[in-house]
Design a protein around this ligand. Structure first.
Ligand SMILES: Nc1ncnc2c1ncn2[C@@H]1O[C@H](COP(=O)(O)OP(=O)(O)OP(=O)(O)O)[C@@H](O)[C@H]1O
Ligand SMILES: [Mg+2]
Length: 254
């Protein structure tokens, strides 16, 4: 079959991760469709970041599996999962402050390519061009020669996004994309993420505590509590679910 989309589905089956006697992610079954925007919400310690780490190969399951389309991706290492098409922007800032914005993207792409193209020797024109393309996409082109360390927090997060988008992922994971942002930066960031989703048509999975962001972006929401899925569905159904309200939404400022 000819692939008509650049997105891919992501499915977890019986996904479980224990740390010693503690179960952080407990028998999670999620099916995110191609091109969907899915939010994973839940209280602090619910297991959202652990779930993302399992989806990207940064940690491996104690039981169950993760599939991208028909391919099992759990058990593979993070760089292999990234090459297969799942990338992420980290919850904490993950850039080199003394390098320029452009160098940050080029360096990340080279690290990525070195593992794909065995005998890569020096930055190719394609890498430079791709870096500029994604910087333009996230609105950082004019900052390309500035040191990343002097960027505003919101722009640093946009740079992380550019790095995650540079290898053309099918699935993008965002762990608290607006954490620590001002209301203005948050709105800019939501607009940017919507634009990226529209233009690239990729699958986006995000975790987020800001309910305006969640309800403004997500098409489907999964509520995680104590490592297990408490509820799942369209935003309107999740918002009015009494169990969700008492376990989480009741305590979140909307
Ligand atoms: N490497 C680890 N070793 C032991 N326990 C861990 C480890 N990583 C996570 N945990 C525990 O697993 C639980 C889930 O943590 P996780 O970071 O996934 O939650 P979260 O939903 O992302 O929370 P937050 O909203 O605060 O980001 C927590 O109780 C945490 O202490
Ligand atoms: Mg987290």
């Amino acid at each position: 079959m000819i692939e008509t989309t650049t997105a891919a589905s992501l499915t977890t089956s019986g996904l479980t991760r224990r740390f010693g006697a503690f179960t952080a992610v407990n028998n999670v079954n999620i099916n995110v469709k191609e091109g969907e925007i899915r939010a994973v919400i839940g209280p602090n310690g619910a297991g959202k970041t652990t779930l993302f780490n399992l989806m990207t190969g940064h940690i491996h399951p104690s039981a169950g599996e993760v599939r991208m389309g028909n391919h099992v991706i759990s058990g593979r290492r993070a760089h292999e999962v990234a090459q297969m098409g799942v990338t992420r922007a980290f919850q904490t800032t993950n850039i080199f402050p003394s390098m320029t914005v452009h160098e940050n993207v080029v360096t990340a792409l080279l690290g990525f390519s070195r593992r794909t193209v065995r005998f890569w020797t020096r930055p190719g024109e394609q890498v430079e061009k791709r870096a500029d393309e994604v910087l333009d996409l996230v609105g950082l082109y004019e900052h390309r020669n500035h040191k990343a360390g002097i960027l505003a927090h919101g722009d640093q997060r946009a740079l992380e996004l550019a790095i995650a988008l540079a290898p053309s992922p099918k699935i993008l994971l965002l762990d608290e994309p607006t954490a620590g942002m001002s209301p203005y930066e948050t709105q800019k960031s939501v607009d940017l993420l919507r634009k990226i989703w529209r233009e690239l048509k990729l699958t986006i999975i995000l975790s987020e505590h800001d309910m305006d962001v969640v309800f403004g972006m997500a098409q489907q929401i999964t509520v995680l509590v104590g490592g297990s899925v408490l509820a799942e569905g369209e935003p309107s159904a999740v918002r009015s679910n009494p169990e969700v309200i008492s376990a989480y939404l009741g305590g979140v400022d909307e």
